[in-house]
Ligand binder design. Structure first.
Ligand SMILES: Nc1nc2c(ncn2[C@@H]2O[C@H](COP(=O)(O)OP(=O)(O)OP(=O)(O)O)[C@@H](O)[C@H]2O)c(=O)[nH]1
Length: 878
């Protein structure tokens, strides 16, 4: 349907509009109220519907009125003053025929809103929104005998209006064949046709007869009676559909009559009466109680609820258009179906409108959430809960306000559809928010626990891990609940977070367990370092003691003097003691982690295995060939060079050097097989490593076993026996070591032998006797000479004083320093002298070569004597 300009207002866009009655009208654009000064032409002369009807209703502010509006149509023969009547009653500006032209002015159907204000102090029920329709006059000359439009417009008016004003000249009353009777017959027929399908609702209409040019000679009551009799007869003549044969005219119509004096002859009275009549229309609803008391209905408001066609104002134009479409196309008018269709159309429209408001609020959040998910950094959106609750309730409320007036079934269906749409999106947002709260909560929890643990470690390790975890888990749960609570949408069944909360708590517990495992690992590492340091030191001492050839540091349990035989017993005891101590430390600390027994068991098992690894590494370090050869040599030298009391031996040729050498060497040689296997002296078997280190606990995970080196005799699948694990030196190594040791021992023996022979060059005793005999005379000469004797006496006294003052030491040192200085000086002078000659230079070169090689030897020896590395005590770290 094309948009048309009202035919009564044809004009060029620029020229001022000239109305058919010759008056100028100020007009504006179609959006202006001024454009609709004369109302809106709903149906034009070509039976076209004007789509601008809705625009007009909006401009007149009728659209939001809901059911709070009334629609009145006026019927009557052409040029009987219908427009004049409406304009006077409602202040409208329908075009009125000029008295000179006398031709039809109203074409099609016009509609205008009542412009007259209610009187001051008028009753509250005063009708605000009265719409009046001026219907083209019937049986006019312009349309000839074309009854089609009359029928169609009657159908249209009846389908929409509550009151039909029938305009009739007084002189026409009683003229049964008069033009109005034909019109009324049509009205009755279409009324039956219209409401046939809507038996359940009792539609009624008010036929309001306005008798024009009422003189008053015949009382209105009589005219009324005549009219009703005529109408009754008319009703009887129309053919009624099956089932309606006995229907009375009063089942469908109420009647009212009003007489108006001649407009030109009695203008004052005309105005007065019009005024009175207008008040009745604007007065709103009829007071049934008062009418019942008076026994008649002749004053007060005219409307009754059952007259209303129940089309909400915002759906009126659409309804009117489809009704007209049906009428024009000669389709059966089915009002209930039309109302349902209208409801569907309008509900969809309202749904779209309310969704616009919803989108304005929600899309921003949806975009933000999607962006955060895309970036992989889920974010808890502030204000989401408030926005969701507000948008949802506003959207449902506005839908209810606007759509609930329409067909109930359709409205309910559409409400469910809207709720579904809204809730699907809100639920996604809600779950997204919970997911973000979940992820960020878990991350924050993990971070804060780690930070607090680090803090505690910095402050000296005085922190309770379990306490930190419990407090942080509680804080994290509270935070999650707070976010979830604030995002809950009241009244939405999906809006609860029980399941999400329990999933969150479950993951918190899992993360706690992981953090505890990490913490246990750190603890285990610290304890292991401590074990390493302790074992490194104590085992080192034992090995050093082996070099001395006497007892080690750890005394055997029975209190006997420690021997080389129980070397491995001492090492094993040290290991056991250290590990037990470490286990105690580990268990004490782990208990504060709230760790389960299984977790502690796994931790202890790992600790024992690691400790064994530490011990085995330390043994391997001590048993490197160089270290071992040095130890054996020291062991041998200790036995060879020192006697049983530990006093160094000075070899004399008479000594049994060979015997001592052989015993010492044999004794040291027995150490080699002893050292080559880790065997306990008590049991003559390897230590019970498998029992001690233990088998893998069933609760240990593959991660727990990851960094553990396999242990022979414990980890069966490694194929290494306990015997192999306890073999420290292989047979070939042993033999090689024996050979090298023997060579070293032989060297020591040769040196001893040489030093024994060197002792023979001592001055023999008889030489002193000979010296005394030969120098006897000289001794006497000194003693008998007073000068010599005195000198001797002074020297004796000086020596005594020096002794009593304990000055011998300093004096000797001074003497030594002086002689040393003199020696250095002497050497320097000698070198200077020699350098001046060639032979002297050669001699210096030779002596330097010898001295260099000796220094090299000395260096190598001192290198071998260096003690093994000492591990730092990590105990401080714990
Ligand atoms: N005798 C008489 N003439 C009237 C009365 N009211 C109006 N008229 C005249 O009747 C003529 C027609 O008036 P309209 O109001 O245009 O009549 P209408 O029924 O709207 O005419 P159409 O729209 O052409 O059908 C005008 O010349 C009016 O002056 C009245 O109460 N009595």
């Amino acid at each position: 349907m094309t948009e048309r300009r009202p035919s009564g207002l044809e004009r060029s866009p620029t020229a001022p509009s000239v109305l058919s009655n010759g008056h100028f009208a100020s007009v504006g654009a179609e959006g202006d109220a001024a454009f609709y000064e004369h109302g809106v032409q709903v149906i034009d002369g070509d039976k076209e519907f004007n789509p601008n009807l809705s625009k007009y209703l909006s401009l007149e502010n009728v659209t939001p009125a809901g059911f709070n509006y009334h629609l009145i149509s006026v019927f009557g023969s052409q040029s009987t003053g219908k427009s004049t009547l409406l304009n006077n009653l409602f202040g409208t500006d329908f075009t009125v025929m000029s008295d000179q032209e006398r031709r039809q002015t109203t074409k099609g159907i016009w509609l205008s809103k009542n412009k007259k204000q209610g009187e001051v102090g008028a009753p509250e029920r005063m009708a605000d929104n009265i719409l009046v329709m001026d219907v083209e006059g019937t049986d006019g000359r312009e349309r000839g005998e074309d009854q089609d439009f009359e029928r169609k417009s009657a159908l249209f008016a009846l389908a929409t209006s509550e009151v039909l004003i029938v305009n009739i000249w007084e002189h026409q009353v009683g003229l049964y064949q008069g033009a109005n009777m034909g019109l009324l017959k049509t009205v009755f027929e279409v009324n039956l046709q219209l409401f046939l399908k809507d038996k359940h609702t009792s539609h009624r209409s008010l036929l309001f007869f306005v008798v024009r040019d009422f003189v008053g000679t015949t009382p209105l009551k009589n005219l009324q009676k005549t009219l009703l009799e005529d109408l009754g007869r008319l009703w009887d003549t129309i053919s009624k559909p099956a089932g309606f044969e006995k229907a009375s005219i009063h089942d469908y119509f109420d009647f009212q009559f009003y007489g108006l004096p001649h407009k030109s002859y009695q203008p004052v009275q005309f105005v007065e009466e019009v005024q009175k009549l207008g008040t009745r229309f604007r007065d709103g609803h009829r007071d049934l109680k008062r009418d019942a008391l008076k026994g008649e209905f002749s004053e007060g408001g005219v409307f009754l609820p059952e007259y209303h066609r129940r089309i909400p104002a915002d759906g009126f134009s659409h309804y009117a258009e489809s009704i007209w479409d049906q009428i024009v196309n000669n389709k059966d008018l089915d009002l209930p179906t039309q109302q349902e269709l209208l409801a569907q159309f309008r509900c969809d429209e309202i749904l779209r409108e309310v969704m616009v408001g919803f989108d304005e609020v929600i899309i921003a959040f949806e975009d933000k959430q999607a962006e955060a998910v895309r970036l992989g950094a889920p974010e808890v959106l502030g204000g989401l809960g408030v926005a969701m609750r507000g948008a949802r309730s506003k959207c449902l409320k506005s839908f209810e306000t606007d759509a609930s007036r329409y067909h109930k079934g359709v409205y309910q269906r559409k409400t469910a559809e809207l709720q579904g749409k809204v809730d699907t999106r809100l639920k996604a947002l809600f779950l997204g928010q919970l997911s973000a709260a979940h992820k960020s909560g878990i991350r924050d929890f993990s971070d804060s626990v780690s930070a607090l643990v680090k803090d505690g470690q910095k402050k000296g390790g005085s922190y309770d891990f379990a306490e930190i975890v419990t407090a942080q888990a509680q804080a994290a749960t509270e935070k999650f609940e707070q976010v979830a609570r604030s995002t809950v949408v009241d009244g939405a069944s999906w809006s609860n977070y029980k399941q999400e909360l329990s999933l969150y708590q479950k993951e918190l517990a899992e993360v706690s367990a992981r953090l505890r495992r990490d913490e246990m690992r750190r603890l285990a590492t610290r304890v292991e370092r401590w074990v390493q340091s302790r074992l490194g030191e104590s085992v080192g001492i034992e090995f050093n003691a082996l070099g001395s050839g006497r007892a080690g540091a750890g005394a055997p349990e029975n209190g006997d003097k420690p021997t080389e035989k129980d070397f491995w017993d001492r090492i094993w005891n040290l290991f056991e003691d250290t590990v037990l101590d470490a286990e105690r430390r580990f268990t004490d600390r782990a208990s504060s982690f709230d760790a389960s027994l299984d977790e502690v068991d796994v931790g202890l098992w790992r600790l024992r295995r690691k400790s064994w690894g530490v011990l085995r590494a330390k043994i391997d370090e001590e048993m490197t060939e160089g270290n071992l050869l040095l130890k054996l040599r020291e062991n041998f030298e200790d036995k060879f060079r020192y006697d049983e009391d530990g006093v160094p031996r000075i070899w004399r040729p008479t000594d049994d050097i060979e015997g001592i050498y052989t015993r010492a060497r044999e004794s040291t040689l027995t150490v080699i097989p002893l050292l080559s296997r880790f065997r306990l002296d008590k049991t003559t078997a390897p230590p019970p490593l498998d029992r001690w280190v233990g088998h893998t606990p069933s609760t240990a995970t593959s991660a727990d076993e990851e960094d553990l080196a396999p242990i022979g005799g414990v980890d069966e699948d490694e194929g290494k026996s306990l015997e192999e694990e306890m073999t420290i030196l292989s047979d070939s190594k042993r033999q090689e070591l024996t050979v090298r040791f023997k060579k070293a021992a032989d060297g020591v023996y040769v040196e001893a032998k040489r030093s024994a022979i060197g002792g023979i060059t001592q001055v023999p005793l008889y030489f002193y006797g000979l010296l005394l005999a030969l120098g006897w005379n000289e001794i006497w000469a000194v003693l008998r000479n007073p000068a010599y004797f005195f000198l001797l006496f002074v020297l004796a006294i000086g020596a005594y004083i020096t002794y009593t003052l304990n000055l011998w030491g300093p004096m000797l040192k001074m003497t030594e320093a002086a002689s040393g200085q003199a020696l250095v000086e002497g050497k320097r002078r000698l070198r200077e002298f020699l350098e001046s000659s060639d032979t002297g230079r050669q001699a210096i070169a030779m002596s330097a070569g010898e001295g260099g090689s000796r220094r090299k030897e000395e260096y190598e020896m001192s290198d071998m004597q260096k003690s093994g590395p000492k591990a730092k005590d990590d105990l401080d770290d714990m």
